[in-house]
Design a protein around this ligand. Structure first.
Ligand code: ATP
Ligand code: FE2
Length: 342
């Protein structure tokens, strides 16, 4: 049996259309597997990503939403063509219902409702954060991982435990990516800042002390940003050394909370997700930590680390198997939807 889902991602600056297909011989067994959160076989047939970017950095929600409206039709057509299927072959339409930026979420939700009503396909609203975890399980050998989810807006350590997705640690203020982007903007290296900071950091030699802010299982970046901004303004430090020190400090914090979650849950797999997980130094630090405690690290390829439609289409299938159906009247976006409310 095959189950095919078209998924729409539009939580922030990315508009994505993904098409996923699950294959199973016994549908009852597939439903039980989905309910137990076990691994299911499947494949991504298409993953079209359209990103809204600006030279100066930062996104104006209304402008990003306009971009999403502009690319919507083309992205859907490209995805169907890449998957070599037509709308009639799609069984489910899923979309990112939250969390995210309201203006942006609304575009994806409207597109999903339209496709669902016009083509008479069931609609499934899914949680964006959880989709990062489930796409990682599909595409890597991970079976029951702790996810370190590090993007622009989000920084969370998530795992499935005792029948529920739980947050084991998170940022108390901004996401780590936004913090890197804000510092990058200040020192004039453009947007997105993460990749540029990574390049400068590679040339840094001297570690400059910065605040290290781990509170229990949570992290916070606001104070670090203020501190490094002052240091930059004082002109006493080079950009390279500042970028190097910033990475070493905040990544150490992330690795610490991820390791605590592994210890707390007794799990032995760490999965990375989100745009900041593209950073090779963060990957290296996670790999060292995992090696030291006998755990395994899984890093999906870049197109599945950043926000993408594939993850929404795959989670659409899993939720559908669990019985989730989102009636149009219940399909309003949920900008503040928390991982642990799913
Ligand atoms: P979400 O809605 O999930 O918060 P997002 O809109 O922030 O997602 P992503 O594509 O997941 O989108 O992540 C973008 C972030 O990743 C940006 O802050 C960017 O600076 C950061 N980033 C990208 N590449 C790197 C890198 N090599 N090192 C560090 N940060 C990076
Ligand atoms: Fe994301």
């Amino acid at each position: 049996m095959k189950l095919t889902c078209l998924g729409i991602e539009s939580t922030a600056h990315t508009f994505g259309i993904g098409i996923a297909q699950a294959r199973f011989t016994d549908s009852r067994a597939a439903v039980i597997a989905a309910k137990q959160n076990a691994k299911l076989n499947g494949e991504i047939l298409a993953n079209v990503i359209k990103q809204f970017t600006t030279k100066s950095g930062g996104i104006i929600p209304a402008e990003a939403a306009d971009h999403h409206v502009d690319v919507c039709d083309v992205a859907i057509a490209e995805a169907l063509s890449a998957a070599k299927i037509a709308m009639r072959d799609i069984d489910i339409v899923s979309f990112s219902q939250g969390p995210g930026i309201g203006h942006c979420l609304r575009v994806g939700a409207a597109a999903a409702r339209t496709l669902s009503l016009v083509h008479k396909k069931p609609l499934v609203g899914v949680n964006h954060c959880i989709s990062h975890l489930e796409i990682g399980k599909l595409l890597t050998a991970a079976t029951d991982p702790v996810l370190l989810y590090v993007s622009g807006a989000n920084t969370q350590v998530i795992a499935f435990e005792a029948g529920k997705y739980r947050i084991f640690g998170e940022t108390l203020d901004m996401g780590v990516g936004n913090m890197l982007d804000q510092f990058a903007r200040q020192i004039g290296i453009g947007f997105p800042g993460g990749p540029q900071i990574m390049k400068l950091a590679a040339a840094g030699k001297n570690y400059i002390e910065l605040p290290y802010v781990v509170k229990g299982m949570d992290v916070s970046f606001g104070g670090i940003l203020t501190n490094i901004r002052r240091k930059f303004d004082s002109r006493n430090y080079g950009k390279e050394d500042l970028c190097y020190s910033l990475q070493e400090t905040v990544f150490a914090m992330l690795v610490e909370v991820a390791e605590r979650a592994l210890a707390h849950t007794g799990k032995s797999e760490l999965l990375l997700g989100g745009g900041v997980a593209c950073n090779t130094r963060l990957q290296e630090m996670c790999r060292i930590m995992c090696r030291e405690r006998g755990a395994r690290l899984y890093v999906p390829e870049k197109q599945f680390l950043v926000d993408n439609g594939a993850q929404i289409s795959w989670l659409g299938i899993l939720e559908y198997l669990k019985g989730t159906r989102t009636a149009v009247e219940n399909s309003a976006i949920l900008p503040y939807w928390r991982t642990d409310e799913v």
